[in-house]
Write a protein that binds this ligand. Structure first.
Ligand code: GRG
Length: 268
């Protein structure tokens, strides 16, 4: 995704560079091993989309990001990081952000507990920002889990539908992006109408972001993706492009042949 137009916003570039030390400070435990594990993916990069959304929302009226705004961005990035740690355990992924995944390097137990630790830190920061943000963050965590369970469930169902897919991505991706925008609006103390509009923008941005990701999984080459294309279907994840393709029995048969196992034809 080309974030350049967003990053050209002077206030956002300033906020993102000031976010990094706050992010590292937030995960510091004093234990050298835990610190190494929890900074592994922070150091590896990542696009910082969720804090970008929070900071863009918070500075949308042109003011400089405050420490509260930065902490809002940190709290959502920590949730995202925790979800990556846990997701890689579930998928047995070996690479993340172009480096070895945490589970591949230190094992599943460490990856799960380190993900839990990141969530705990995120919750602590959200609580410091007030009850409204703490409650919002907790509801978003529930939505992420529901989205993830819905995705796993789809692999065992034959009545897969586009509605089910849309519900899945609303939970696993769009909920946190909507919350990122909302938190930015809240830490900046914007009027409620603006907070609602920013939240609606974040939700739609998140849906489109995941749709694009899923289309790229079937259309892009291995080099662009950093993994073999068609990985979603190979893992039993039925995304919208796969559902559309499988609705044609010939395409479904061909995909099944390529993957070496029969695939269910989606019902729409
Ligand atoms: C532990 C919070 C928590 C949840 C448990 C594992 C799980 C339930 C949910 C996983 C949800 C998940 C991994 C959704 C995919 C989200 C997504 C679009 C990831 C890629 O985001 P990018 O492209 O990644 O912003 P970078 O690396 O750039 O930050």
């Amino acid at each position: 995704m080309d974030l350049a137009p967003l990053l050209e916003l002077p206030s956002l570039g300033d906020g993102l560079s000031r976010l990094e030390p706050v992010l590292r400070e937030a995960v510091g435990s004093g234990d050298p091993f835990l610190d190494e594990v929890v900074t592994h993916l922070i150091a590896a990069g990542g696009k910082r989309i969720r804090p970008s959304l929070a900071l863009a929302a918070a500075t949308s009226r042109g003011r400089r990001a405050t420490r509260e705004d930065l902490l809002g961005g940190v709290t959502v990035e920590l949730v995202h990081l925790a979800s990556l740690y846990h997701d890689d355990v579930m998928d047995e992924a070996t690479m993340r952000r172009k480096v070895e995944s945490v589970n591949a390097r230190w094992g599943n137990l460490v990856a799960i507990v380190a993900g839990d630790y990141l969530l705990a830190r995120s919750a602590e920061i959200a609580a410091s920002l007030g009850a409204e943000i703490a409650g919002l963050l907790a509801r978003t965590l529930a939505a992420l889990c529901q989205g993830q369970v819905a995705e796993v469930q789809a692999a065992f169902r034959t009545d897969r539908s586009e509605d089910h897919y849309l519900e899945t991505i609303a939970g696993k991706t769009a909920a946190l992006m909507a919350t990122s925008c909302r938190i930015g609006g809240l830490t900046a103390g914007l009027p409620s109408g603006e907070v609602e509009a920013l939240t609606a923008f974040g939700e739609r941005f998140g849906m489109l972001f995941q749709l694009r990701d899923d289309v790229l999984d079937v259309m892009a080459d291995a080099e662009t993706l950093g993994k073999p294309p068609g990985q979603d279907l190979a893992e039993g994840v039925y995304t919208l492009p796969a559902l559309r393709a499988l609705a044609d029995p010939h395409v479904g048969q061909e995909l099944g042949r390529l993957l070496g196992r029969p695939l269910d034809v989606a019902q729409r």
